[in-house]
Design a protein around this ligand. Structure first.
Ligand SMILES: *[C@@H]1O[C@H](CO)[C@@H](O)[C@H](O)[C@H]1NC(C)=O
Ligand SMILES: *[C@@H]1O[C@H](CO)[C@@H](O)[C@H](O)[C@H]1NC(C)=O
Ligand SMILES: *[C@@H]1O[C@H](CO)[C@@H](O)[C@H](O)[C@H]1NC(C)=O
Ligand SMILES: *[C@@H]1O[C@H](CO)[C@@H](O)[C@H](O)[C@H]1NC(C)=O
Length: 453
């Protein structure tokens, strides 16, 4: 949620896009003999994006993408709804927003991650004299806040499908303008208070850092060391992938490094903010789907809107004309991912330059490969291996059906109602493998390749 910074980065990246380059030795792979289990459309979560008025966005928009994770807590609700640090009334109004988003999530069986730092009031709009939990060693206000929150969670029957995010992006001064030791004490106290109140019925998640858990990240070292010695290990390891250009295989290797250093157990990984704004296009979303599915991480789309728009548009998957919603190009990727990529998943590898990603499934009738580049143009190769494991001959001609997933002229909010049928093409192959080019002449279009099995 660092919109200004990211807008600036997006402009730099667009400006530096060169002519189409051939990268014909750079190949992404799909290995059809590697069954990696049932699709759960792990990337179909949203950060905010849900209106505070119930049913404002028609149900089919959530249903058709298999919406399954939500993360909210009343951020940027205006006065008199600025949260606990402005008094009980402002807390209550902000809580109402969180509750209504929780109810929307539960209507679709989505898990809800409660952003309790937002309900406190540290949503990035707080002024420089805003208080933080434990200031000057005084925990009274934080303790009272948690008592009020526990009571409201119970009174509103919110414990089902609930995950608590202990604090968002505590490694950024925009959200935690105090030192890390005060944060860690807050973590330890809050973890044990939630456990004492709810046991393991309510999951705990964190640290939801802006930085990735790579081995050079000293903030992560202090966090991992503290939760190990404090025995306050969350149920989900969470961090964000927004900016810095990092990838999930490296980030996961970093997490594994800290886990082995401090003997921390394996837990679900939740990238509960993924994708910068210029990656929130069909190609970028397909890229992130490939990344998340490979490491079995849950993913929630980042949200680059603010104010009331933050609580709308399903994190930039919809546009609106008056009060009528319509899907954008990016939405069509999530719809296909949920509705069409059924059966079982198979292992894939990104291109060695990490620009082209693939996610693939094998259904009863078709194998399907979704590919996307990470905001780049050029030509990459896609290699489909072990075709015989699908019952196909080891050589011959593979007839491939291509779908394009474009955007409208308004990249983020223009209407796109369906992918574009780009027809069939027969690729000759031998050696149980077929390789063909992916021509990426723009930075936004994702592609799907389907073939009958
Ligand atoms: C700053 O925010 C706090 C609440 O966090 C509020 O009590 C205080 O009045 C605000 N100060 C100014 C100058 O707006
Ligand atoms: C964990 O840390 C908190 C905050 O410092 C502390 O109150 C608590 O006693 C610690 N618990 C353990 C088991 O170390
Ligand atoms: C995806 O599946 C749905 C539901 O079975 C079907 O109506 C639709 O035509 C399929 N879309 C594509 C692009 O194949
Ligand atoms: C299968 O794919 C998964 C996910 O990409 C990967 O972790 C695993 O190493 C692959 N297994 C083999 C045998 O290639």
């Amino acid at each position: 949620m660092r919109w200004d910074l990211v807008q600036a980065l997006a402009l730099v990246q667009l400006a530096s896009a060169g002519p189409v380059k051939t990268r014909d030795t750079v190949t992404a792979q799909v290995n059809f003999n590697n069954n990696t289990g049932t699709p759960q459309h792990l990337a179909s979560g949203l950060l905010y994006g849900v209106p505070d008025t119930l049913n404002q966005i028609p149900a089919h928009f959530y249903q058709n993408i298999g919406y399954n994770y939500e993360r909210a807590g009343g951020a940027q609700v205006a006065a008199p709804g600025r949260g606990w640090i402005w008094g009980l009334t402002e807390y209550k109004n902000r809580f109402k927003s969180a509750l209504s988003n929780y109810q929307t999530a539960r209507e679709y069986d989505a898990t809800f991650i409660f952003l309790i730092h937002d309900l406190w009031g540290a949503d990035g709009t707080q002024n420089s004299s805003a208080p933080y939990p434990g200031d000057n060693g005084d925990w009274t206000s934080w303790d009272e806040y948690l008592t009020q929150l526990f009571s409201d969670i119970k009174a509103n029957s919110m414990t089902t499908g609930l995950v608590i995010d202990i604090w968002n992006e505590p490694d950024l001064t925009a959200f935690w303008n105090r030192d890390q030791s005060q944060y860690l004490e807050m973590w330890g106290r809050t973890y044990y208070k939630f456990r004492a109140e709810f046991g393991t019925a309510v999951e705990l998640s964190g640290p939801a850092s802006a930085g990735e858990p790579v081995a050079s990240n000293t903030w992560w070292q202090a966090w991992a060391s503290f939760v190990a010695s404090n025995q306050s290990i969350p149920d989900q390891y969470a961090w964000h992938m927004e900016g810095g250009g990092g990838d999930l295989l490296s980030a996961q290797a970093g997490l594994n490094y800290w886990r082995s250093t401090y003997n921390l157990p394996s837990k679900l990984i939740n990238i509960n903010e993924y994708g910068v704004y210029d990656e929130q296009v069909p190609a970028g979303s397909a890229w992130w789907i490939g990344q998340l599915e490979r490491i079995n991480a849950r993913g929630l789309r980042g949200n680059w809107l603010s104010g009331t728009n933050l609580h709308d548009y399903m994190a930039s998957l919809l546009g609106k004309s008056g009060s009528t919603y319509y899907p954008n190009g990016d939405y069509q990727v999530y719809k296909y991912y949920y509705q069409n990529m059924t059966g079982y998943r198979v292992g894939t590898l990104p291109s060695s330059d990490l620009k082209l990603e693939a996610y693939a499934t094998v259904g009863s009738d078709y194998a399907r490969v979704l590919v996307g580049v990470r905001v780049a143009t050029g030509t990459w190769e896609l290699e489909l291996n072990s075709l015989s494991s699908l019952g196909l001959p080891t050589s011959g001609t593979l007839n491939v059906h291509t779908w394009g997933f474009p955007v409208a002229s308004d990249v983020h909010y223009g209407e796109v109602d369906a992918p574009t049928d780009l027809g069939w093409y027969g690729h000759a192959y031998s050696g149980d493998t077929v390789t063909f080019p992916v021509y990426q002449t723009d930075e936004v279009t994702a592609y799907v390749f389907e073939f009958a099995i």
